[in-house]
Ligand binder design. Structure first.
Ligand SMILES: *Cc1c(COP(=O)(O)O)cnc(C)c1O
Length: 415
């Protein structure tokens, strides 16, 4: 086995990091290593400054006028276009609105509406559960539909796709293992069977370059509070390819999706553009914080982001495997760069307790049932020194078995 990098070599990685200067723009706790930006991204100074402006000036002083003069009404579209640049979507195809769960519901219904006569939704048994729950909700309103699951009805998604399938709902990066799918290749296979695709980008938007237009994707959804650092519960986004706009429907036909919301007409007439995928009034304070959080992305080269992400996760795997051999950890994340998102997962028989012990030592990751320790690497604010520190603490907790302390076995509501 090759020698592990020295402290000096790790310091050099940080010195040569093209994104290294961005770290100062975030509010990080001294001495802590935050490896949970794939669950809740860190607050940025830009986000808090925008929030301050939104509360102190726009809400407190300008009040109702802010819908027009501060651009509140168009904010979901403005932010949608800014996210569009990060996910390879030309302007006019992305809107920020509602939650990922709700957007899955809208997108699945929309896709099924475009594929009348087909009656199957394909998804993954290993999907983030809300995706499956929302698909169940869609089926409860469209009882002729049924679901086929990779991992239950067949080993590979590709094997489940035939001319009965209306839509495939698939995660770009698996939330548990960090495995990355080939978006272009899978989209081609889905289209070859005449079906449509909904990509869930929760763990890839802001984590790596995404190319929705180039891949000819139909629909996509994703979070903004993970790698995009929009703030707790910040609204999600939904992408609809331009070729579908104008004749696609979504079921949550609220007034914000109307072509003329302030005409206050009796019947619903959907906007022909992406506005149609909004429903009702959006959380403006949250959108204003998100606007601040997105400013930093104007300075980020996505290839550099990807390069750093892979270097961080490579180093973490190398150090943890090198320093913790025989201590019960098993890598769950692909070693192949082409198959890896921006997180690393290890299984351990006492993963819950180990993660609580790590958090007590200032290494913040999370636990995913039944036995996974999950570590997310946000290239905007994680350093190579952070990676080395985390690996050392992991070794220490496992060697000394501090996780056996009974207080680390007490389960909290949110893991
Ligand atoms: C985080 C996450 C969600 C969260 O959905 P919400 O509606 O925002 O709670 C959905 N899908 C995936 C794949 C996720 O990782």
């Amino acid at each position: 086995m090759s020698a592990l990098p020295t402290r000096h070599e790790i310091a050099r990685m940080d010195a040569q990091d093209p994104l290294g200067d961005l770290r100062d723009r975030f509010l990080l706790n001294e001495g802590e290593v935050y490896l949970d930006g794939n669950s809740l991204g860190v607050a940025s100074k830009d986000a808090l400054a925008e929030l301050q402006d939104a509360t102190h000036t726009e809400w407190s002083r300008d009040l109702i006028r802010s819908w027009n003069i501060a651009g509140w009404f168009d904010l979901p579209l403005e932010l949608g276009d800014r996210i569009g640049r990060l996910i390879g979507a030309a302007a006019g195809q992305v809107v920020v609105s509602d939650t990922t769960s709700i957007n899955i519901y809208k997108a699945l219904h929309a896709a099924i509406g475009l594929r009348q006569g087909r009656n199957v939704i394909v998804a993954e048994a290993g999907s983030f559960p809300t995706d499956l729950y929302m698909a169940e909700g869609v089926i409860s309103t469209l009882p002729h539909m049924s679901m086929r699951l990779e991992g239950r009805d067949g080993a590979r998604l590709e094997d489940l796709i035939d001319d009965q399938v209306a839509v495939v709902l698939v995660n770009h990066v698996n939330y548990r293992t960090g495995e990355l799918r080939d978006m272009a290749a899978l989209t081609r296979k889905i289209h070859a069977a005449g079906a449509l695709v909904v990509w869930d980008l929760c763990h890839s938007a802001g984590a790596l370059p995404v190319e929705l237009d180039a891949a000819q994707a139909d629909f996509a959804v994703g979070c903004t509070y993970k790698y995009l650092n929009g703030g707790p519960g910040s609204p999600a986004f939904v992408y609809v390819a331009e070729r579908h706009l104008g004749h696609v429907d979504q079921p949550l036909s609220g007034w914000w999706g109307h072509a003329r919301p302030f005409a206050f007409e009796t019947g619903f007439a959907g906007d022909p553009g992406i506005r149609r995928f909004q429903c009702g009034t959006q959380p403006i304070l949250s959108l204003r914080a998100m606007k601040g959080a997105l400013t930093i992305w104007d300075e980020v080269d996505l290839q550099a982001l990807r390069g750093k992400s892979l270097a961080l996760t490579d180093l973490f795997i190398q150090l943890v495997e090198g320093q913790c051999a025989g201590l019960g950890l098993t890598l769950q994340t692909p070693r192949d760069h082409a198959l890896r998102g921006s997180q690393v997962a290890f299984s351990h028989p006492h993963a819950y307790e180990v993660m609580q012990a790590l958090i007590a030592r200032g290494v913040i990751g999370d636990f995913r049932a039944p036995d996974v320790l999950r570590f997310g690497f946000t290239p905007l604010y994680i350093s190579f020194a952070d990676v080395a520190q985390a690996a050392e603490v992991i070794r220490d907790v496992l060697v000394k078995e501090t996780w056996r302390d009974p207080r680390y076995g007490v389960r909290a509501a949110v893991t």
